[in-house]
Design a protein. Structure first.
Ligand code: FES
Length: 578
């Protein structure tokens, strides 16, 4: 399929012979550009999620210049368009609240402007699904360029061997040690300057790296591009490659609807498992699939979790960092290692199939990308639990949980808010032991709102001091992909809309069985019915604005948390030009 100049969407704006076309060309010349710069070339949008308060994207302004270079060299015309930045750690109450906002922004930017194709500059957690969801709905040729992981860091403590430390994962570990009194206050302050050594996304297999890797598996990023460290010169070169390639993709009309299939989503699910990836991917992948008109459910992800072992030895499931993964061959090598689980005939942004892209790409370090017969975890990255406590499902990252809790029964200790949880967990008199099941509710998409990463509930301080580092924890929240522990997340439906989690009382018995995929509240149905009749929905926080829109329209975790009015395959509505 080869398109010609007259097929370009931007011609509607610039080639028009009437007064509107005159005005569009006039305004281009107002910026010092020439009329032929936009008349004779495809127009490429560079959607940039850079901002001064997005540390993981601090370098994306410079990278946008490299993308522009590639676009110009290939005969296109680039325009950089800023979009909501969503730096994961800074944005409150949670970036998840704004993922759909970013998706809407990207969709409307691309639709309302004279754009023929787009390069998406993103990577910090929600920016990846947010930009892609919008681009999928617009269905213009799109190429994803990952911000790239930050550089590795190392920690040297007196009398101990130096060890690799990574963003997020070690913050939680060190916090627990600090709470337990095993790290002194001055060392704690010193640790602030560690782990985050340079611009770029978290350098563990957290949500950012999981999602950018899955995008590569979906066929929407250049092969091998997503693991290149943000501060590597190769990252700048690949930015130019991305600019060059998007121009070719426009001529080839290679748009998301030609790349995203049931097979490509199966590939992404397999990759999530082989990476030991973040549980957050379950929500985002389902949202992306629904935008593409592909049916994907939690059961599909559970099947992938049973089939595909964890091969990437990366924090928090393993003990290496993204830089090591890149040196070991990155995604092409990992994909090659799980070939039997992949649909190799799916088309990608290169214009070739996934199988062609990864042919001959072997792992260069079997400690980082393990062979199938020596996995990091054979039990799989993700398991979906169901039962009377989670009729529509809940997830657990089995590879980052303690196997001793895979079959467990304990009494619940329930918290209704993070403030209550934090206060009570600090109480030395709290009635809790390591068999207790901690429960946090009202932390889901509607309840929090925005389903924040509150699901790694803190271990009560008195247990930390006794050396306890893991417990069973259950919530309708999400958990940072950089964190670890026996945390059951995304309980659906959530408590705030009357899901069974709302009916649990402290002292109730709860059991889980990861192998059997069950999560059970041991309270008889008559008692639950009485509690249900007495239950009152918590008051919704937002009387107006975007948060009100969010609470009124967000779907549940097992449905991807997209807005109900944005799901479904692209139905491009071109703006009227008058
Ligand atoms: Fe940006 Fe982790 S905080 S990727």
């Amino acid at each position: 399929m080869h398109r010609t100049l007259s097929d370009l969407r931007s011609r509607r704006w610039f080639a028009d012979a009437g007064m509107r076309g005159f005005a569009h060309r006039q305004r281009i010349q107002q910026m010092g550009l020439r009329r032929e710069d936009v008349l004779d070339r495809p127009i490429v949008a560079i959607i940039n999620t850079w901002s001064d308060l997005s540390p993981c994207h601090a370098h994306l302004r410079e990278r946008a210049e490299s993308v522009k270079r590639g676009v110009l060299l290939a005969g296109g015309m680039p325009f950089e368009l800023p979009a909501m930045s969503l730096g994961e750690v800074m944005v409150k109450p949670t970036t998840m609240l704004y993922r759909n906002f970013l998706a809407m922004e990207v969709e409307e930017l691309l639709r309302s402007l004279p754009i023929d194709g787009a390069v998406l500059l993103a990577g910090c957690d929600k920016t990846t699904p947010g930009t892609l969801m919008g681009a999928i709905s617009t269905d213009l040729p799109t190429l994803f360029f990952a911000a790239g992981p930050m550089l590795s860091d190392r920690l040297q403590r007196r009398g101990e061997p130096a060890r690799a430390i990574g963003a997020g994962t070690h913050t939680r570990m060190f916090w627990d040690e600090y709470q337990a009194g095993r790290i002194a206050p001055d060392e704690w302050v010193g640790l602030e300057a560690k782990m985050t050594r340079a611009p770029g996304t978290c350098n563990v297999m957290g949500t950012a790296s999981t999602l950018t890797s899955m995008v590569e598996a979906l066929g929407l990023a250049l092969p091998g591009s997503t693991s290149v460290p943000a501060m590597d010169a190769g990252h700048t070169r690949i930015a130019a490659d991305a600019g060059e390639r998007i121009v070719q993709m426009i001529w080839e009309d290679l748009k998301p609807s030609r790349l995203l299939t049931a097979g490509s989503f199966r590939n992404a699910a397999a990759v999530q498992m082989a990476l030991g990836g973040s549980t957050n991917a379950a929500v985002h992948l389902i949202a992306l699939a629904r935008r593409a008109g592909v049916t994907l459910t939690l059961d599909d992800l559970d099947r992938a979790g049973r089939d595909v072992p964890v091969l990437a030895n990366l924090f928090p499931s393993g003990d290496r960092l993204m830089e090591d993964f890149h040196y070991a061959g990155g995604m092409p090598a990992l994909l090659n290692r799980i070939r039997p689980h992949l649909c190799l005939g799916e088309l990608t942004v290169t214009g070739r199939t996934l199988g062609e892209n990864i042919a001959g790409r072997e792992s260069l370090d079997d400690e980082v990308i393990r062979p199938v017969d020596r996995p990091v975890s054979a039990s799989g990255a993700l398991a979906v639990l169901k039962g009377n406590l989670a009729p529509d499902g809940a997830v657990i990252k089995a590879s980052a949980a303690s196997p001793k809790y895979f079959r467990h029964r304990g009494r619940a200790l329930v918290f209704d808010s993070p403030a209550e949880m934090n206060a009570r967990c600090a109480d030395p008199e709290l009635d809790v032991d390591e068999d207790t099941v901690l429960v946090l509710r009202n932390a889901g998409p509607v309840g929090a709102p925005g389903m924040p990463e509150w699901g790694g509930l803190p271990i009560p301080k008195k247990l930390l001091q006794r050396g306890v580092r893991d417990m069973v924890r259950i919530s309708d929240a999400r958990m940072s992909g950089t964190h670890y522990g026996s945390c059951i997340l995304h309980v659906s439906p959530e408590a705030a809309i009357g899901g069974p989690l709302a009916l649990v009382e402290s002292g109730d018995e709860i059991s889980l069985d990861v192998e059997a995929r069950t999560l059970t509240l041991h309270v008889d149905e008559a008692q639950l019915a009485a509690r249900r009749a007495a239950w009152k929905a918590p008051q919704r926080q937002a009387p107006r604005g975007y948060t009100r829109l969010y609470q009124d329209h967000v779907t549940q975790a097992h449905e991807g948390c997209d807005f109900d009015f944005l799901q479904g395959p692209p139905t491009t509505t071109e703006p009227v030009i008058f």
